[in-house]
Design a protein around this ligand. Structure first.
Ligand SMILES: [Zn+2]
Length: 410
């Protein structure tokens, strides 16, 4: 075998379909960002040849993805026809599989959320029963009166666990029998609609990048504290997945070698100390041991704990600050490795306000390279809580970076 040829093959073969896909996506994105926009301006902004712009915009129009909207007077006095996306005519379904709830929502590709529903997930031992449940609930959702006459162009689902978005497989899910299940294949076969799957936190990082705090930022990390701790890394504007497809499992950094056993099998993982449940349990134990607090000791929620910490309740403040120190230490490791511009924190923990952000910043200021922390900001999410927005972001990614644009015909 000629090693030189082998080494060159992936870069030298020009896959025309991929080029076409990439150019279409570039043009669609330009239209979306600058609409209404003329073909001449699209060519300028995208740096593509006017002939390519004409050809690709014709195809996008034929498939119903864009349309001519109005006449715009150009600087030379000639009237040019403008183009705009037809995103308000394209329907997609975004789903989140939570620990015990399945959330399903109908969005327009423009981002408008029209309908949503939450259903309790049955406790089952076979993955086939769970797949049957998903298919039956999706079928009920898309055949309700408001949707039955609408064409659905994509379905996506996010899951808190390890997934391979490239093969559409759930690799590991701690609270269901979905391990090693080819979920995309099953749903796609049932509905004949392009289907996508992703890790919830990674897709939330994508949502933050498309619609939230990291819109103008190429390198960022979203850290989510919920029933566990996870992160999604955006590098050069794209979610970092790697070959394993699961980069960002921050919750399993060992933070307390003498701590509790984690569900992953190891001892003292970050999420055994910092998750909502872990913080709730610590406060409960401290109250039982007689620690004074302003909380109503018989009936309080995790929200109450975070808000009381912000209001300087000594018990809640001490426990949340310790959690923030652990979190800050782990985030400092990420900053040293990846040098992001922004760290975005999401989850109810942000209710603790400055206590969380000041503690984390103190850790990154003292535990990372000066060049890295001088340019770093640690900020809360800008997204309003929406369980299915991460799955919607996954569909946007499939439009911008995958072949979904080629598969939509309205
Ligand atoms: Zn673990």
């Amino acid at each position: 075998m000629n090693l030189g040829d082998e080494a060159n093959t992936p870069n030298t073969i020009v896959n025309l379909d991929q080029v076409k896909q990439l150019n279409s996506a570039t043009i669609y994105k330009v239209i979306e960002q600058h609409a209404p926009i003329s073909r001449v301006k699209i060519a300028k902004v995208s740096s593509l040849a006017p002939a390519s712009v004409t050809k690709i915009t014709r195809q996008l129009m034929e498939n119903g993805l864009i349309s001519e909207v109005d006449l715009q007077v150009s600087t030379g006095g000639r009237r040019a026809i403008s183009l705009a996306p037809n995103a308000h005519n394209i329907n997609v379904i975004a789903i989140k599989l939570g620990q015990s709830l399945l959330s399903i929502a109908h969005y327009k590709l423009s981002g408008e959320k029209l309908l949503s529903k939450q259903i309790s997930v049955p406790v089952v031992t076979e993955s086939s029963s769970l797949i049957e449940f998903f298919i039956s609930e999706i079928a009920k959702f898309i055949t309700q009166p408001a949707l039955i006459n609408e064409k659905i162009s994509a379905i996506s689902m996010t899951i808190s666990g390890l997934v391979n978005p490239k093969t559409g497989t759930v690799i590991y899910h701690s609270t269901s029998p979905l391990n090693n299940t080819p979920l995309v294949k099953e749903i796609q076969q049932a509905f004949n609609i392009p289907t996508f799957i992703g890790n919830h936190t990674r897709c939330l990082a994508l949502a933050e990048h498309y619609f939230g705090a990291t819109r103008q930022c190429q390198d960022s990390i979203l850290v989510s504290v919920h029933h566990g701790v996870g992160s999604g890394v955006i590098m050069e504007g794209k979610v970092l997945l790697g070959k394993s497809c699961n980069i960002g499992e921050l919750g399993h950094i060992q933070i307390n070698p003498l701590g509790k056993q984690c569900h992953c099998g190891n001892i003292g993982c970050l999420e055994t100390e910092v998750s909502d449940n872990a913080i709730f349990d610590k406060v409960k134990a401290a109250i039982a041991a007689g620690s004074p607090t302003s909380l109503s000791t018989s009936n309080f929620t995790i929200d109450d704990i975070y808000l009381s910490a912000a209001n300087k309740d000594p018990l809640c403040q001490a426990i949340v600050q310790q959690a923030a120190t652990y979190l800050g230490k782990s985030i400092a490791i990420l900053v040293n490795l990846l040098s992001p511009e922004k760290i975005v924190i999401t989850g109810k923990i942000v209710l603790s306000g400055d206590l969380i952000f000041d503690t984390i910043k103190q850790c990154t200021d003292t535990q990372t390279l000066p060049d890295f922390h001088h340019q770093l900001s640690v900020i809360p999410t800008e997204l309003t809580p929406d369980l299915t927005l991460a799955a919607f972001a996954l569909i946007k990614q499939a439009i911008y970076e995958g072949d979904l644009l080629q598969r939509i015909k309205v």
